[in-house]
Design a protein around this ligand. Structure first.
Ligand SMILES: Cc1cn([C@H]2C[C@H](O)[C@@H](COP(=O)(O)OP(=O)(O)O[C@H]3O[C@@H](C)C(=O)[C@@H](O)[C@H]3O)O2)c(=O)[nH]c1=O
Length: 183
């Protein structure tokens, strides 16, 4: 397993060591000892989530605020997604910067997203199964987010606008400018 820094402070791309044989393959999808050794701390993951999405689905950008903030370790078990994170930690040297990476059931990459980031993903394949670990519980009242098509962030989700599938909740998220006033 390799753990690489991304351009965003505290956000890491994890590439597992995959063992292939005539039965299929095997890899460690999380190893606390390795994570601690390479990153310097071990998150206390308390909730695992899984979602199935159709092609064109865009989920996000989401985060939970304050004491309910969540760090996440995300991956695509099947299919291909474009994972997108935005550093919205006040005072961070990479505040407002966006990082995107393709995660798939083929590359088995994972992204460690620290607390205080906004997160979203689009589904590039016909369908995708997305799974993630969180270091804090779901708290509906602490949910916040930024609109997926914010013009200042200008995220390319890899999906034509006419084919995007977006939840009603996500369609009314604030712009990045408006979100910033809530920080
Ligand atoms: C996230 C979440 C949702 N739910 C419920 C609430 C709702 O009825 C249903 C679907 O929720 P949502 O529409 O918020 O699901 P979704 O849009 O997939 O939300 C997720 O998006 C990605 C981008 C993230 O980063 C996650 O942290 C999470 O916010 O599931 C839980 O019970 N527990 C949870 O942890």
């Amino acid at each position: 397993m390799t753990i690489e820094k991304t351009p965003l402070e505290g956000c890491f791309l994890i590439k597992p060591k995959v063992f292939k044989d005539n039965r299929g393959l095997f890899f460690e999808s999380y190893n606390q000892q390795v994570f601690q050794g390479k990153v310097g701390f071990a998150p206390n993951f308390v909730q695992d989530n899984q979602a199935l999405s159709k092609y064109g689905s865009v989920r996000g950008l989401h985060l939970q605020k304050g004491e309910f903030a969540q760090a996440k370790l995300v991956r695509a078990i099947q299919g291909e997604i474009l994972d997108v994170v935005v550093d919205v930690r006040p005072g961070s040297t990479t505040f407002g910067q966006v990082y995107c990476v393709v995660l798939s059931g083929e590359n088995n990459y994972q992204l460690y997203i620290p607390r205080g980031f906004a997160h979203g993903y689009s589904t590039l394949s016909e369908k995708a199964i997305f799974a993630y670990k969180c270091d804090n519980f779901y708290a509906k009242h602490a949910e916040s987010g930024i609109i997926y098509n914010d013009t200042t962030l200008a995220i390319d989700w890899g999906i034509p606008a006419a084919e995007m599938i977006i939840s009603d909740k996500d369609k009314i998220l604030p712009t990045f400018e408006a979100f910033k006033t809530t920080l």
